[in-house]
Design a protein around this ligand. Structure first.
Ligand code: BEZ
Length: 252
């Protein structure tokens, strides 16, 4: 997850990402929960929402840029810079929460991440999360794949979007009991006249690593033009998001 974020733009134009995460917080059964880890906390807005619910919270993120914003905005919360696939907490927590993070982690590294989460939880601890599920941004990635091929490149999908079945297996292999799972469409409005172009620039970086800047711009323009019929409605661009939302419990 070594992404260099434009942290200011992420915070201003993509605020819907943490906003939707509030529904995921509601999955935490608050009964005996006092300590919560926000895994992949980004700019800390959901860590703050967890804090405001009365939990004792910590946030972990790999991005120094996003943690700078988190620490500045929420100086009373502890934020730790660490990789989600390789972290250890000094004390186990009652719940681990994560929103819009796990699709950034390669399929091969998901088990390491789940092992870290398992170790970070107390027995009967809750693990609630949402991220991009199977079919997420299907139209966008199919179109990018086409344009890459037309320009003589191969599109390497940079994200992991599993089915419920596939992810349940990983969770069970890590020792979790799956309690709840849903996969659902969430078409989402993007900000501005260049909403989709900006979204591609912001989030789809690694496939373009071998492409010259001017060629990259032509490729993105072409993909955006082709996606207009499907993703531009009444003057607004949409992202064809699909979410996987799950809850699992650590058993001994
Ligand atoms: C998502 O939230 O589903 C997502 C965001 C950026 C890139 C890929 C997926």
């Amino acid at each position: 997850m070594n992404i260099k974020w434009d942290a200011e733009k992420y915070t201003s134009d993509y605020s819907f990402i943490p906003q939707y995460g509030n529904d995921v917080i509601e999955l935490i059964d608050t009964g005996d929960v006092s300590s919560v880890l926000d895994l992949g906390c980004g700019n800390g807005s959901l860590t703050k929402a967890l804090h405001d619910k009365g939990f004792s919270v910590k946030g972990i993120d790999a991005s120094g840029e996003l943690l700078d914003i988190a620490r500045k905005n929420h100086p009373d919360i502890e934020f730790i810079q660490a990789d989600a696939t390789d972290f250890v907490l000094p004390e186990p927590v009652d719940a681990v929460f994560s929103n819009a993070v796990f699709h950034w982690i390669d399929k091969e590294k998901q088990s390491s991440m789940l092992e870290c989460v398992y170790r970070a939880l107390k027995i009967n601890g809750q693990f609630v999360f949402e991220f991009g599920g199977y079919g997420n941004n299907r139209l966008i990635h199919l179109q990018l794949e086409k344009v890459f091929s037309e320009y003589g490149y191969q599109y390497k999908m940079p994200f992991y979007f599993p089915t419920i079945g596939e992810y349940s297996v990983l969770l069970e292999q890590a020792g979790f009991e799956v309690k709840y799972a849903i996969l659902f469409d969430r078409p989402t409005k993007l900000v501005g006249e260049n909403g989709l172009k900006d979204w591609i620039h912001m989030f789809v970086k690694t496939p373009f690593s071998d492409v010259d800047d001017s060629v990259r711009e032509a490729m993105i323009d072409k993909a955006v033009e082709k996606l207009q019929d499907d993703l531009y409605k009444d003057g607004t661009w949409y992202s064809d998001y699909v979410r996987i939302r799950m809850k699992a419990v650590k058993r001994c």
